[in-house]
Design a protein around this ligand. Sequence first.
Ligand code: CP3
Length: 340
Amino acid sequence: MKLKNDLILKAAKGENIDRTPVWLMRQAGRILPEYRKIRNSLSGFKELVETPYLAAEVTIQPVDILNVDAAIIFSDILVIPEAMGLQYEMVEKKGPYFPKTVSNLTDINNLNTSNIEDRLSYVFEAIKITKEQLSGRVPLIGFAGAPWTILAYMIEGQGSKTFSRAKSFLYREPKLAHLLLDKITQTTIKYLKLQIEAGADLIQVFDSWAGILSPEYYKEFGMKYIDEICKAVCDVPTTIFSKGAFFALDQMKNLNCNTIGLDWTMDAGNAVNIFKNSKTLQGNLDPCVLYGDFKLVETKTKEMLDKFVNSRHIANLGHGVYPDTDPEKVKCFIETVKSY
Ligand code: CP3
């Protein structure tokens, strides 16, 4: 199916485009009443993720309602630890919880890395249905968590302010950490290739906890594996979003990826200088701007766009949109980018 709007793919490849494409991380979800309606009719988040025709429906909602230039498949980065044998629960108002975690060699050896095509078939099915229903309106983004962020949840078993159990595992058990990261990486590569086979037009890797490691440790335990993923997944454009890792931007110049995600703490001018249009930059409006009035959203969005003039750019927020954001403010952000 030929795409009617392929702005984001052209932007990712550095081709000439008439305007900057725009989408939002976490656009499919709680900001939309239409999402909450479907979600509340089910037993929980996981039922939605694991029911392909419903996952497809909420994936397409932001395309219909917000008019974004891309859809992102409704799923979660935590389906990978689950497929490897660690079931997760999504606890209302608290977040993910893993009853079983990883702490030693036996736990790592017990992880299952084979036949993920069977255990994650619901994701590929959701991608196929979404592609069919989008009928080429906009590209579909597939995604996965980066190995370090997935390791962090596998060791910690839940969210944390410091992730000190996961971080100290790198210091205490570096060999085991590499063994685990390698297993996660190989599984993630297979998973992303299968998403592309099912129809994903672009891939984003989320390293949400990149910014809590020291530069040396991020290089050894984070970037090393992102580099492997970038080398292996090259059939569609790829985006690497290492949240908080301003210190790693220099290292990222050498990655075999198209786009680098910037969070709102990263200085746009600095990033433009580092990459010199060798890569596309994505971001990076502070999601909190969307709590302001329409005038503020418009002004701050334009100021953000000004910083990327003459640069390869995909407009986005600097992290996922917060759940209590007014969808009208999101629309204002999107319209401001489109009419810039
Ligand atoms: O971006 C999208 O719209 C696509 C769907 C998507 C979700 N999670 C759905 C979701 C994506 C891309 C993710 C990625 C994800 N999941 C990340 C990386 C991005 C980031 O935000 O840093 C992380 C760290 C997770 C793990 C996760 N999932 C947490 C910590 C939580 C609880 C906190 C929260 O935001 O609610 C989730 C739950 C989750 N994943 C929800 C959604 C829509 C909320 C569940 C609900 O409906 O109540």
